[in-house]
Design a protein around this ligand. Sequence first.
Ligand SMILES: [Ca+2]
Length: 404
Amino acid sequence: MIRRLPSLLISTLAAVMMFHLPAQAGKYDAQFRQFLNSEIAPAARKAGISQATLDRELKGLSPDTSLPGLVGPGGKGAPPKINFQAEFKSPARYFRDSQFNALVPRGRSLMKKHAGTIRRIEAQYGVPGRIILAIWARESGYGGAKIPHDALRVVATQAFMGQRPDFFKGEVIAALKILQNGDVSRRAMKSSWGGAMGQPQFLPSSYLKYAVDFDGDGKRNIWTSDVDTMASIAHYLSEHGWARDRDWGYEVHLPDSVSCTREGPDNRQKISDFVREGVTRVSGKPFPAHELNRPGNILLPGGRYGPAFIATENFYVIKDYNESDTYALFVGHLADRYGSNKAFVGTWKPMKETTRGAVRNLQRRLEGLGHDVGGADGLIGFKTRRSIGKDQEKNGFFATCWVG
Ligand SMILES: [Ca+2]
């Protein structure tokens, strides 16, 4: 843009910018250009991207060095900026009631507005509209969130100097394919700083696989079409194995006699067997008859210090969208609240806030004791929780499967 400005203005601007831009701006431009020519362009041509597309899209492209988490060209250089001082958020904060109360009314009115379309999407993909709406809410506030970045520039920068260069090289090729196919203009192809595009927050490779044109205008528009957004989310879940006749899970009372160390999708049994062991729904209703013979598993995102759930395999399909128990539970719970807007019955008991570094150290200690925590990454998943519980039981305590 600046190239088109009159020269007097350029020199004035340059003088002003000298004081405002960091001294390193543009430092990587030449190296980035070489990276595009030697690593991206040949791979793109092999993948069927035309020279015309490459010329148009890569011309003038520069890395956006302001993106978070960059490490340097080739994924080497400065140490990764993983913040092990970051707070480990307690689930109580993640599940604040005010958030749900803010999202429920808009979701309900969108369901009304799109009732006919949602019925057609449900029929085609077998995913309940309330689950689709809840993911849409979580990803982009039903499209209200600002998604400001040029997607191609983001994935190209991540490929050049991010922490997962090889992964993002594939995303650059996918982004170029999308632009070549003409579903969206470069100017409209916006993403988050991590390259997640549009209202359902699809990476370019996911877009190619799962985005659909459901409003019939010939374009797969996940940026400004509510209908394409909802159908694309449904298509993603259905392709990841959504079981059409099942719910995501149920909040339950888990008797003390059922150990929290039995949590996890690798410990599934028939829901009727849980009922036999004294597990009941907090709503007081029985489990739906068609679920009783189907498998479920214990889910305790806060160990014994939070609400308990029996999750179905669909809970783990939601996790395919975003690999986090709290994310999937947020989605399932919000989906339930479009019906009757009720909070969890169990409470998230206050816990000492800790850091990812402290969690990682605990995980290493548990690994040293022979437990499988699923990798010492500073994040607490079910393998970490039940390892804590097993260690508590081994030492003669009632297992809580939670830190502290
Ligand atoms: Ca469309």
